[in-house]
Every structure is written in structure tokens, then in C-alpha cells.
Design a protein around this ligand. Structure first.
Ligand SMILES: [Cu+2]
Length: 119
């Protein structure tokens, strides 16, 4: 009888171990769900999406889809592109938290914001 209990206990411990192993495998997958990079389209004189929220460490990639040159310049000047021709890209990685407003310096009415927050 004792042996039987010992065997059940061992099986339970083994099952718990498998569950723990399963959880250990799942956790990195959840962390990886935060995208490493997010795209913002520049189209029809608009940033799309105009406002985005990303985790710290995320790279944001802007692509100009217009036939007109545009730029991406932070209001606090912490980042800024040169003039982007059609299909040109500009990327910036946001290391720390904060709200980063930016404009197109060619058309200052074009505005956008990148919100950087831990999830
Ligand atoms: Cu522009």
C-alpha cells in the first residue's frame, strides 16, 4: 500500500515537473509577443497610424508612400530623418519610456506621436 502511494506521489511530482517545464516554455513566447518593430506609413500627407503605443526597445519604421518628400522630426529633436523620397524609410529605436511627438518638417501640419510604455 505504501508503495502504491509512493508511486502515485512520484507520478504527481513528474506531472508537476512537466507542467513547470511547459510554463517555462510558454513564458518566453509571451515576452516575444511584443513586436520588435512597428511600421508607420506616410501616405496622403498623413502619418498612419498617427498615434502608436510601443514597449521600450521597439524600433519604429516610417515609410514614405507619397510622391512628395516628407520627413520625420521629433518635436524635442531627439530624432530626425533627412527628406524621405518615395519608398524611403527612416527608423528609430525608442529605448526609454515617454511620449514622443513628431512632425514632418516639410509640412508641419503633419503630426504624430509615439507613446513608449512598459506593458
Ligand atoms: Cu511632409
Amino acid at each position: 500500500m505504501e508503495r502504491w502511494f509512493a508511486s502515485i506521489a512520484a507520478n504527481r511530482a513528474r506531472a508537476a515537473g512537466v507542467l513547470l517545464l511547459g510554463a517555462a516554455l510558454v513564458v518566453p513566447a509571451i515576452e516575444a509577443a511584443s513586436p520588435a518593430s512597428v511600421d508607420v506609413d506616410i501616405s496622403k500627407f498623413l502619418f498612419n497610424a498617427k498615434e502608436i503605443t510601443v514597449a521600450p526597445g521597439t524600433k519604429v519604421v516610417w515609410t514614405n508612400h507619397d510622391d512628395t518628400p516628407h520627413s520625420v522630426v521629433a518635436s524635442d529633436k531627439t530624432f530626425g530623418s533627412k527628406g524621405l523620397d518615395t519608398d524611403d524609410k527612416f527608423e528609430h529605436t525608442f529605448a526609454s519610456e515617454g511620449d514622443f511627438a513628431y512632425i514632418c518638417s516639410v509640412h508641419p501640419f503633419m503630426t504624430g506621436v509615439v507613446h513608449v510604455h512598459k506593458r
